[in-house]
Design a protein. Structure first.
Length: 964
């Protein structure tokens, strides 16, 4: 552990990065490369480390200069560019004049040397293999695994720069370089740029093929949500798309065969023979197979929106097999036509539905490649463009392309796959085959618009822009959540808005260092859990507030578990440090039990010591939020219709229904029609948290809108539509569907149908929440349950706690589809009601063995309950009479249902079951009664139990046989 005082005087990674205008990740990567131990962005950099990094920059610079000199000397093919530097250096230069071209590193030159040799097809193959397989510098991987639009563009921009042209567009990357030696010998501006683009993509590939993703997660501070971010898989997928790969192999090949004169330079040469060059049309066998190797990483396996099975072999198939000559010949036979593809005009209401992910999309949409028309041998009635609405068989595809099925099969064969006429092709395969015939594909998947919240939007990486993080504050009662929210808001109001009045709209935005942060202004669990229970995930980051003078309390633990279940990064705000007796270190120590280890102790959780009341440490807290946001790279596409979630809604006397909405994607404009939950409307007016009227609002902006027909519910999904009639129809259909689904059985997991779910492959984890009377039994139950071994399913404990089952437990269970196990405890009345509403399965037990057996049997599908408990009623003990000979008689009031003589009974004290047995006697005044109903008084004695106390509750129930 580093001495804290020392650390104060030293530079941390993120500070150093900031001083260089670089990202922490970049510095971490360099440090790792230099074998300097580094944990994360909070690690302290010794002077020695700073010196080494600076030397690294100097070396790089010197290297680059030497390379440039060599290039100028005419050795174009061997020294120009290596792709990586090309893509990275400009970024560096732009970002930081102090460390120009810092990324190009020596190891790359080796590669580039190889690529220089790779001027024929075969060596190009070898090259691409070696790129993807040889161990690479970590920063290369880092770049490779992050196909950020910004970087792409920078590298594209690099292509334009005279210097990069001078190096024959070789700046464009590995491929570009290889081709650079040849195809771009006459390297022109456009060429250079284009190669820059192409080169960029292969550079990504190398990384992805070799675990670019792994590197990425290694590079980042390990926030859990990393793994879930679509960008990430997009990264890998993007990298491994055949587009880039095609580019790779083609570089060497193409330029060797077709130099300069082609439109589009080296790529143009390629394209003449391969209409699908941008989608990875393989030129060399090995190259193709290397693409094949990469393909399994692609994310679009999941994108078969029709849900129909995709032929898996269709993926590697395109990278194995035919030679370029064969394919050219095939193209000629097929009468391939040149076709420039143009990007369709973006429509805000399109949702990118037709988009297929970054690689493919770009390939299609950007019209980068032109081909020469090949001489036709027969009348060509190939369509220019086809519209695809889902997966199709080979036969259907052929028909749409106006080809014989045999031609399509032949193409597939060339690409290495034996297919039959009835074999199904996924969308990517259809696109590839179509591009083989020079046909543009427009994907129009019919959107199930009624269930718009279930449709995952796929945006082109290039369309995504940074958005503010959305932060929720949680913690135990009185630990200072409200004070913190108020402090942050008022700080901002006074600084940012002269005399601005903050309006309560359920969320607000503050601006720190020119960056915005959106806070959900609903302290406690509502914002978080209620919404999540309704399927809306609005929070990006959770701040857990813990009072330094109080410590970790039950709700703190609950908050941690909620945040973990939702997979969002956690920042711990240790509050009230101004108070006497505050002991932040003790909090940190205690937090380690929940896997929240402070960074200074070698963990990855940010702890901020604050005083919400005295406004101490707030700026640091805000900066830390921005830091997490920077690492997590929260992005959204603002240029499409708005999609979001209702945070709050109410009926305003003057304005009618009012909804506060958090826009999550796209831009909402005044006048837009929309559906919110099962209601529709048209935005009449829109104000932000400062009460300012807005005409439009982009991602992560909270707004209050009027113009609704009815009041939606918090957590309702929100989507803008082109026209009001459509919105109305959809809202009406949603309302009908909701009514129907409420009437039919719901799909929540219950123990009884657990086996069915397992059999259907629906669940792998059985989520449980365990509440018990004492910590010891809860822990014991947890570990016993987690040890149950049933193939294909395991018990995952989301939350454990001591005490009665609360509403919050139910909400967590509902949000996470969990079962609640109560061990010697009962649900609170409100919790019971909520559980009934949410259809959460609560299992109450008092023998550990029974719980384990029940769960195990359920997991094995052997659950065969013969009896089911049927509650009859409950009574409150108001008086206790000790009668010699008769034992203890409880004078009770029946509070609900009825109490029946000889029924089973349970005595509950403060939510804890203290007795379970039978009712011994039941009397009305002095007479024995068979049953006593609600609202009446009675005397109850329990079989062999006399320790009844005032305030106890007696529950009566019977066990009924259940038919299964
Ligand atoms: N000394 C001190 N008191 C604080 C600080 N932050 C909050 N408090 C006090 O702690 C009490 C509880 O603060 P709240 O902000 O209401 O706490 P909360 O977590 O929102 O509580 P609930 O809304 O009941 O869940 C108030 O009296 C605050 O004034 C702090 O940093 N220092």
């Amino acid at each position: 552990m580093t001495n804290k005082q020392d650390n104060k005087d030293k530079t941390r990674v993120y500070e150093y990065a900031k001083s260089l205008n670089m990202s922490s990740k970049e510095i971490i990567t360099i440090l790792k490369r230099l074998n300097i131990p580094v944990n994360n962005h909070m690690s302290v950099m010794e002077n020695d480390a700073v010196d080494k990094v600076e030397k690294f920059f100097r070396d790089i610079k010197a290297n680059a200069a030497a390379k440039r000199a060599a290039t100028d000397g005419g050795n174009v093919s061997s020294t120009t560019t290596n792709q990586k530097p090309a893509s990275q250096a400009p970024a560096q230069e732009n970002k930081n004049a102090a460390a120009p071209a810092s990324k190009p590193a020596a190891p790359e030159q080796t590669t580039s040397g190889q690529s220089a040799q790779a001027s024929n097809q075969t060596s190009a193959q070898g090259q691409s293999q070696s790129q993807s397989q040889s161990p690479r510098r970590s920063d290369d991987q880092y770049v490779a695994s992050r196909p950020q639009p910004g970087r792409d563009q920078r590298s594209g921009g690099q292509g334009h720069r005279p210097s990069s042209q001078g190096s024959s567009g070789g700046q464009g990357g590995y491929q570009g370089q290889r081709s650079g030696g040849q195809g771009s010998g006459g390297g022109q501006g456009g060429q250079g740029q284009r190669q820059g683009y192409q080169g960029q993509r292969p550079s990504g590939q190398g990384g992805s093929g070799q675990g670019g993703q792994g590197q990425r997660s290694g590079d980042r501070p390990p926030y859990r949500s990393n793994d879930q971010r679509p960008n990430q898989s997009g990264g890998g997928g993007y990298n491994s798309r055949p587009g880039g790969q095609g580019g790779q192999g083609q570089g060497g090949n193409r330029s060797g065969n077709n130099s300069g004169p082609r439109p589009g330079g080296s790529s143009g040469g390629q394209m003449a023979s391969s209409p699908s060059a941008n989608s990875g049309r393989p030129q060399g066998g090995a190259n193709r197979s290397s693409a094949g190797n990469n393909r399994p990483n692609r994310p679009f396996d999941n994108r078969n929106q029709s849900g129909r099975p995709v032929i898996q072999e269709a993926k590697p198939q395109f990278h194995v097999g035919a030679s370029a000559a064969e394919l050219d010949e095939a193209a000629a036979r097929a009468g391939v036509k040149t076709q420039k593809k143009t990007k369709p005009t973006p429509n805000r209401f399109d949702d990118n539905k037709g988009k297929r992910g970054p690689g493919g999309q770009r390939g299609n949409a950007r019209g980068r490649y032109q081909q020469e028309t090949v001489k036709k041998e027969k009348i060509d009635n190939t369509p220019k463009k086809i519209i695809v609405r889902g997966t199709m068989t080979v036969g259907e595809t052929a028909k749409l392309l106006h080809k014989d099925a045999s031609e399509v099969i032949k193409k597939l064969l060339f690409l290495g796959t034996m297919a039959t006429i009835n074999q199904e092709l996924d969308l990517d395969a259809i696109q590839l085959i179509s591009s083989e015939f020079g046909v543009e594909v427009e994907v129009k998947i019919k959107v199930e618009e009624d269930n718009f919240e279930t449709i995952e939007e796929v945006d082109d990486e290039a369309d995504l822009l940074e958005r503010p993080p959305v932060v929720t504050i949680m913690g135990h009662v009185d630990h200072g959540k409200t004070t913190l929210l108020d402090a942050i808001r008022s700080t901002n109001v006074t600084e940012g808005e002269a005399g601005g009045i903050t309006q309560h709209i359920g969320a607000y935005q503050v601006e720190v260092n020119q960056k915005k942060i959106t806070f959900l202004d609903t302290p406690g669990h509502e914002a978080f859990t209620t919404m999540r229970a309704r399927g809306a995930q609005v929070t990006d980051i959770t701040i857990i507030v813990v009072a330094a003078d109080d410590g970790i309390m039950p709700q703190t633990v609950e908050a941690i578990n909620h945040a973990k279940a939702a997979n969002v990064p956690i920042i711990v705000a240790v509050n009230k440090i101004d108070k006497e007796g505050a002991n932040p270190d003790q909090i940190k120590q205690a937090m380690t039990a929940y896997e929240l280890v402070p960074e200074e102790w070698g963990g990855d959780t940010i702890f901020c010591e604050i005083s919400a009341k005295q406004r101490i440490g707030l700026e640091n807290l805000l900066e830390m939020i921005l830091l997490v946001a920077e690492v997590q790279e929260y992005k959204a596409n603002p240029n499409k219709r708005a999609r979001g979630t209702v945070i709050e809604a109410e009926l305003d006397k003057g304005r009618g229904p009012v909804a506060r909405i958090l826009i999550q994607h796209g831009t909402l404009k005044v006048g837009d029609s929309f559906v919110a939950g099962v209601n529709f409307g048209r935005v009449r007016a829109m104000v932000n948290d400062k009460g300012k009227r807005l005409k439009e609002a982009g991602p992560s902006t909270p707004v209050e809108i009027t113009g609704l027909t009815e009041v939606p519910q918090a957590g309702d999904p929100f989507l803008a539509y082109e026209d009001e009639r459509k919105a109305r129809d959809i809202a009406e259909r949603r309302a009908t569907a909701l009514r129907q689904s409420e009437m039919t059985a719901n799909s929540r997991v219950t123990l009884d149908d657990l086996f069915k779910h397992i059999k259907d492959g629906e669940i792998k984890d059985l989520n449980v929440i365990i509440k018990g009377d004492v910590q010891g039994s809860v822990e014991a139950l947890k570990s016993s349950l987690e040890k149950i071994e049933v193939e294909g399913v395991r018990v995952k404990t989301l939350h454990i706690g001591v005490g009665a089952i609360t509403e919050s437990d139910i909400i967590l269970a509902s949000a996470s589809n969990a079962i609640i196990i109560g061990f010697n405890v009962r649900p609170e009345p409100a919790a019971k009601t909520t559980a009934d509403q949410e259809k959460v399965d609560i299992r109450l037990h008092n023998i550990i063995y029974n719980v384990i057996e029940e769960i195990e049997q359920a997991m094995k599908g052997m659950l065969d309950p013969v009896f089911k408990e049927v509650a009859l009623g409950s009574a409150e003990v108001r008086n206790v009479f000790k009668i010699t000979g008769a034992g203890t008689i409880a004078g009770c009031m029946i509070t609900n249902g009825k109490i029946v003589r000889n029924a089973q009974a349970r005595l509950v004290r403060g939510g804890i079951v203290v007795y379970e047995g039978k009712i011994d006697s039941l009397k009305r005044f002095k007479d024995d009664a068979k049953e006593v109903a609600q609202g009446y008084e009675c005397g109850i004695s329990l079989e062999r139990y006399h320790d009844i106390k005032e305030g106890d509750v007696i529950e009566a129930f019977i066990m009924e046989t259940v038919e299964r």
